[in-house]
Write a protein that binds this ligand. Structure first.
Ligand code: CUA
Length: 340
């Protein structure tokens, strides 16, 4: 048993190593920053790690030197070491060094806090503003100046600060895009603010970082960072996007959508806002934030969303709609896209 226990820390460390190496997937790593906020946080982390390593090595060297030099040798049995009480010089040194180290940590921390603070864009300022609303277990992104919403996929232009206002419709969630910036809580009844600047175009994974219910771990979203001109093209298409079935099947799908879905889900300007806006559903990177966007998954989701994402608020339609009706609905939903 003792032998087994000895391997326990090694096993834990090995497991952590395996798990943490996995964190680099899908642009989800705060250790590979791709945004200004994440870079600032990363630099702060590295600064404290360097200081920590410095302290560790100095202490380890002194420790090793002292236990070797002053160890008990043969014949030392009767010697009583010199009895010392107080040493002003040493005490000044070991008080001054930590104060200095804390200052080295504190000054950039305070400066970073000011840099990361969000200032509300002024009238006439062309900073893009996004209102984030968290729901159990999905995200709504409203672009108030552009007058449209997306859900689950957040589009932003690269190379500029985007200003975010964040709130929640139910419980506390936390908005986190590890590769781009730090976390921000979304609290019901309160609005928090932050800014994010992506430095490179790409798709970044976002997570809910506050335990919010059974499907907390599935409350993922994607950030699509585009070059400014591409973003403008996308935004212009979003402004005019509407339901426009292209075939007989999708026409049937639209009719079913109008009967069964539109009180909760909007397409373009038509529809409710209880569930995610579906205007650009066909462009989405994922289904429900975490599933592959396949016909089968979309159909399974419509039939029984609870089986896939427990405790979400969407009712299942397996008893209300036939397989043909669900297939028509799937075809209709896939057609809802602004990207080619
Ligand atoms: Cu929302 Cu965790």
């Amino acid at each position: 048993m003792k032998k087994v226990m000895r391997f326990f820390p090694v096993a834990i460390f090995g497991l952590l190593l395996v798990l943490l190496t996995g964190c680099g997937e899908e642009n989800l790593s705060a250790l590979r920053p791709k945004g200004t906020g994440a870079e600032i946080t990363f630099d702060m982390m590295m600064l404290s790690i360097y200081i920590m390593l410095g302290v560790f090595f100095v202490v380890a060297i002194i420790f090793t030197y002292v236990i070797l030099k002053y160890r008990k040798r043969r014949g030392d049995e009767d010697i009583i070491p010199e009895q010392v009480e107080g040493n002003t010089t040493l005490e000044v040194i070991w008080t001054a060094i930590p104060i200095l180290l804390l200052l080295i940590l504190a000054i950039p921390t305070v400066l970073a806090t000011f840099t990361l603070a969000a200032e509300e864009p002024q009238e006439g300022d062309d900073t893009l503003k996004v209102q984030v609303t968290a729901y159990q277990y999905w995200w709504d992104f409203n672009y108030p100046d552009l007058e449209f919403n997306t859900a689950q996929d957040l589009y932003i232009p690269v190379g500029e600060k985007v200003y975010f206002e964040l709130t929640s419709k139910d419980v506390i969630h936390s908005f986190w895009i590890p590769a781009l910036s730090g976390k921000m809580d979304t609290n019901p009844g309160l609005t928090n603010a932050m800014w994010i600047e992506a430095k490179e175009p790409g798709v970044y994974k976002g997570k809910c970082a506050e335990l919010c219910g059974p499907s907390h771990a599935l409350m993922d979203f994607r950030v699509i960072a585009l070059e400014k001109d591409e973003f403008d093209v996308w935004a212009n298409k979003m402004k005019t996007a509407e339901s426009n079935p292209q075939s007989e099947v999708t026409q049937v799908g639209e009719d079913i959508f109008t009967q069964s879905c539109v009180s909760c889900h909007a397409v373009g300007e038509e529809g409710g806002n209880i569930g995610p806006n579906l205007t650009s559903f066909g462009d989405r990177e994922t289904l429900a934030g975490f599933l592959d966007m396949t016909d089968e998954n979309i159909a399974d989701w419509i039939k029984d969303p609870q089986a896939l994402k427990p405790a979400n608020n969407m009712p299942g339609f397996k008893d209300q709609l036939s397989d043909d009706e669900i297939n028509a609905l799937v075809e209709y939903l896939k057609e809802l896209k602004v990207n080619q």
